[in-house]
Structure formats: C-alpha cells, structure tokens
Design a protein around this ligand. Structure first.
Ligand SMILES: [Zn+2]
Length: 479
C-alpha cells in the first residue's frame, strides 16, 4: 500500500511537471523587463533604507521605522493587504547611538576600527584610559591590580561575543572574572584579520538587568599596534565611545507582508522575500545583508504593479525580521501558516549579497517549470547567465542559514538564489564594510527584474511547482 502510494505520488509529480509549462502573458513579461531595466528604482530604494534609515537591528526603533517605511512603499506601488505580521517579542530593545569612535591617543594618534556586541552596555561618553595587558595568573593579577582600575584591558584571543562567554584558554576564567571585578573600563580583543564582525544576543537580558563587562573588538592591525607599544614599554592610552540605548520590553516584532492578489487562484501563493533586519556594528548600514534583498523584493513589487501584472496566483512579498538571531520571523511564519503550506508554490529568498540572481538549486521534477520561469530573464540579461542545479532528491537541501530553510524543513520549496558575480560577500558580511557603496547597481537591477519575472511566471503556471514527496506518516502502534 505504501509502495503504491509512493509511486502514485511520483507519477503525479512527473505528470504535473510536463503540464506545468504555461507561463505569464508575453506582453506583460515585456513590460516587466522594460520596467525593471529602464525604469529601475532599486538603488533609490536601497539608499532610502540603508542611508536614510540605517542599520536595523531586531528590537531596535530603526527596524520599526523601516517596517513602516517599507509598508508605505508597498502601498505606494499599488500592493494590497499590506500589513505587519507579529512573530513574537524580544525581552528588551536595543540600539547604538550616534557616538561611535575608537582611537589610540598615546604614544601617538591612530584611529581604530572596532565593534561591540549588540545588547551589551556601551560607554557613557568617551572613555579615555590607559591600556593594560590582561594578567594570566592570580599572582600576576595581584601585582598589576592598582593599574587595572578604570583601565582598558587587552585580552589575548577572540571575544566570544555571540554567547557572551569568556575568552577560552590563555586567561583562565577565574582570573578573567577577577579582572572584571577590578573596575576596568572594559576588555579589548583583536579580530582575526582586518574585518570586525558584529553579533550579540538578547537572551537573558532585560531592561533592568544586563550585567557584564564591555567587550570591544578592534581589527587585527589596531590590536597589534597596542600590543607592540606595550611590548616596547610605552604608555598606551585609548579613547573609546560606544553609545548604546536600552528600550523597555517586551518589544513586539513583525514581518512586513504585501500582496498582488491572484486573479484565478488567490489562495495559492508565490513568496518573494528578503530580510529587513541587520546587524548594526559601527560603520555598517545593513546594506548587503540584507538591505539588497529587501530592496529587490520591494522593487519586484513595484515592477509588477507598474507593469499591471495580473498573476493567476497571489504573489506575496515578505520582509522577514529576526533573521540574524535565528530565522525568528520565517520560522514563526511557517508555524502560524501551517494550514496554508500546501498552497505555497515557492519561496524565493535573496540573501546572499549584491551579486546577481544566478539560478536555483532544484529537484529534477521542477526542471521543466523552472526552465520556463527563468527563460525571459535569461534573454533579457544575456551577460548574467543562470543555472539550475539539480540536487540529489528526493528532498530539497536542508539547512542553509536563511529564511528559505524553515520552508524546506516542512517540504515547501524554498530557494536561496545562487549569487553570481564579482562581489566578495565575505569582506562585507556582518562587518564594518556593509555599506550602500558596496552595492553593484546592474546586479540589483537584474535581481529585482528576475524576482518579478520568475514569481510572475510561477504564479501563472498551470500548477504549483512540483515539490518533494510528503514524508509517509509515522506508523501508528496499534497497542
Ligand atoms: Zn542575511
């Protein structure tokens, strides 16, 4: 019986692949290409978001502002059913203030590039103090104790900022705790290279209670300069100003949702998405992670509305939040919409930086329909070829670290677009370089237009995208 069901399912899947080729109306597809290529607003949208509003940490007032702004944009473009959908609360709100500076001032002046984990206390104003190397034993600590009070303490190794844990290895935990208890200004760590990576957690923090010593991470060359001058026996003094603000919780958190309603099957859906939240380390504007994905989703909505696209299925635009801390927005969406998952044809996620949308990882049975879905885009952007990578079935790849993952985990086809092009995402991802000027305009023009073309085609196809077979129900034990 089981075998029979399985082969029946496979037969349906293959058959639907064959018959699913009808795509969008050709005149509409032409208008989409014209809007996307010749009237693009994607860089204006990205600029409004990343320079106008700035980085958008989940729980921060700037993210809330961005949600309102994005909703207004969707409405202005002509989308319907624009709303914020709550996914949960954070226990406390947090953001950085405008004062963000770090420099060595003795023995000579040298600016430093730095970050501080989110959801930790910063400094009150600029704190100017001498730098002392961290003692590594209790005896050493007793010797240098008078110098520790009020000092910036240089720690070896890397700050384990994500979990707020103590440095592993060279400074034993009890010594590290005794250093903190000596009334120091904070710890200074060096990063592995010239990138400073920002992370953090709201776990166990409240408005009233957020203990812990400030951990500043400076880039490697700055750390080495401090260390070298201490080695030479010089008096080393730094100034650090890291303004932070706490906001009383619980703070409700939302995804932004907007639609172009389907004309024939409005309850069947193609989702176009990116995440609106970002890290917010000093310098970062949350541009490539994932201002660009938010902007290509917004611009796809504008293009489709301006092209008067009338998809048969609903195209739903979603800007996720809480992505960086653990896919909170998309995971909650999958739970809250459990009853509708069978009617979601595909979930497109653009969260790999500023390169162009170079294709998709697919299952074999999706191939005919996906080839048809990307054909117009391939013709419109011949310099930016796409590929369909057929993965070994029967299931879509699991994991992947972005908002497509919760959908794949329940069998809804989720696609993290294959990012192709010259941008080096590793240089930007979660670092001080995540800024508007790193975006590559022609790639974003393609990404937004491709989003619009592919979602419109899928929304007009004869069937939903063939998906992986449903897991067989667990055998019930009659006992
Ligand atoms: Zn991201």
């Amino acid at each position: 019986m089981k075998l029979l069901l399985r082969s029946l399912y496979l037969g349906v899947a293959l058959a639907s692949g064959v018959h699913a080729l009808a795509q969008g109306d050709p005149a509409t597809l032409d208008r989409i290409v014209d809007q996307g290529k010749n009237h693009s607003q994607v860089m204006r949208i990205l600029h409004d978001l990343t320079v106008g509003i700035g980085p958008r940490l989940t729980s921060s007032p700037r993210l809330a502002k961005a949600e309102q702004w994005a909703s207004d944009q969707f409405r202005k473009f002509g989308c319907t059913n624009v709303h914020l959908e709550k996914w949960g609360d954070t226990p406390v709100g947090w953001d950085r203030g405008p004062l963000q500076m770090a420099r060595m001032v003795e023995p000579f002046d040298s600016p430093m590039v730095f970050t501080v984990p989110a959801w930790t206390d910063g400094t009150k104003g600029v704190v100017r103090a001498r730098v002392v190397r961290a003692p590594t034993t209790m005896e050493e600590l007793e010797k240098v104790k008078p110098q520790l009070k009020g000092a910036w303490v240089l720690f070896p190794g890397a700050a384990s900022a994500r979990r707020g844990a103590d440095t592993a290895g060279t400074v034993p935990l009890d010594v590290a705790q005794a250093i903190d208890a000596s009334g120091i200004a904070g710890r200074i760590y060096g990063s592995r290279n010239e990138l400073v990576v920002t992370s953090g957690t709201w776990a166990n923090k409240t408005y009233e209670n957020h203990p812990g010593t400030l951990r500043v991470t400076v880039r490697k060359s700055d750390y080495d300069r401090l260390d070298r001058n201490l080695e030479f026996g010089r008096n080393v003094v730094v100034e650090i100003g890291a303004e932070s603000h706490w906001y009383k919780g619980p703070v409700p958190q939302y995804n932004v949702v907007a639609e172009i309603k389907g004309t024939e099957k409005p309850d069947e859906v193609v989702i176009v998405s990116g995440h609106l939240d970002s890290w917010n380390g000093p310098g970062s504007q949350g541009a490539l992670d994932n201002g660009v994905g938010s902007s290509t989703a917004l611009e796809a909505a504008r293009i489709l509305c301006a092209a008067h696209a009338k998809p048969k299925r609903t195209i739903r635009f979603i800007l996720w939040t809480g992505e960086e801390e653990g896919l909170y927005g998309s995971r909650a969406y999958v739970q809250q919409h459990a009853a509708e998952l069978d009617k979601i044809s595909a979930v497109l996620v653009d969260d790999g930086g500023t390169n162009y949308q170079g294709g998709y990882e697919i299952l074999e049975q999706m191939k005919p329909m996906m080839e048809a879905a990307i054909a117009k885009s391939q013709a419109a952007f011949p310099d930016m070829p796409q590929k369909l990578e057929v993965v070994k079935g029967p299931r879509m790849p699991r994991g992947g670290g972005s908002d497509h993952a919760p959908f794949n985990s329940v069998g809804v086809p989720g696609f993290f677009t294959i990012e192709t092009g010259r941008s080096d995402y590793g240089y930007v991802h979660h670092t001080q370089h995540d800024r508007y000027e790193m975006a590559i305009p022609e790639y974003l023009v393609q990404s937004a237009t491709n989003h619009a073309l592919v979602s419109y085609n899928l929304a007009c196809a004869d069937t939903l995208l063939p998906r992986e077979p449903k897991p067989e129900p667990a055998p019930t034990d009659g006992g």
